[in-house]
Design a binder for this molecule. Structure first.
Ligand code: PNS
Length: 160
């Protein structure tokens, strides 16, 4: 069974990587799908994010990384996948995630969303938290892999 793990991943964190690691054990293959959303102003381009995630997941033979635009269910159909994988951190995630899962199932009745509880050590972690800390020069090496630390440092150094 193929699972799609959709998201912004701007940038990918240890929390996301934990979900990918565990998802790869549960499903035959996992496609990490980076949303290309022109209305958002991301830190990293979609191409950069795809490259970053490929590097971080290269040890997982059944994980592929791709990008998509438009509706997640349309991308899932394109890939012949009927499962969406999402991580749940805290209660505040639940409302948004349930709304998304229900919306997606109205768009395509065959789609199932499978939630994995995020590892408790990453329950506070988000891409926004990482960017906020990095912006002010704080340490992020306990939150994201080394290639992301390097890319974020380069980003903020080139900005000033
Ligand atoms: O990492 P994020 O930002 O929480 O991921 C959100 C994402 C990409 C999964 C969600 O915004 C999404 O699926 N967007 C594509 C548009 C879509 O399919 N919308 C209908 C479901 S609400």
């Amino acid at each position: 069974m193929i699972a799609i793990y959709p998201g912004s991943f701007d940038p990918i964190t240890f929390g996301h990587l934990d979900i990918i690691d565990r998802g790869a054990k549960l499903f035959d293959s996992v496609i990490v799908a980076v949303l290309s959303n022109p209305s958002k102003k991301p830190l990293f381009s979609v191409e950069q994010r795809v490259e970053q995630i490929r590097y971080c997941t290269s040890h997982l033979a059944n994980v592929k990384v791709d990008s998509f635009t438009g509706l997640t269910v349309d991308y899932a159909k394109l890939r012949d996948a009927k499962v969406l994988l999402r991580g749940l951190r805290v209660l505040s995630d639940f409302e948004k995630e349930l709304q998304m899962a229900h919306t997606n199932s109205t768009l395509w009745t065959e789609i199932e969303t499978v939630f994995l509880a995020t590892a408790k050590e990453y329950s506070f972690l988000s891409s926004s938290v990482v960017k906020e800390i990095a912006q002010f020069g704080g340490a992020i090496d306990h939150l994201v892999p080394a290639n992301i630390v390097r890319d974020i440092c380069n980003y903020y150094q080139n900005k000033t």
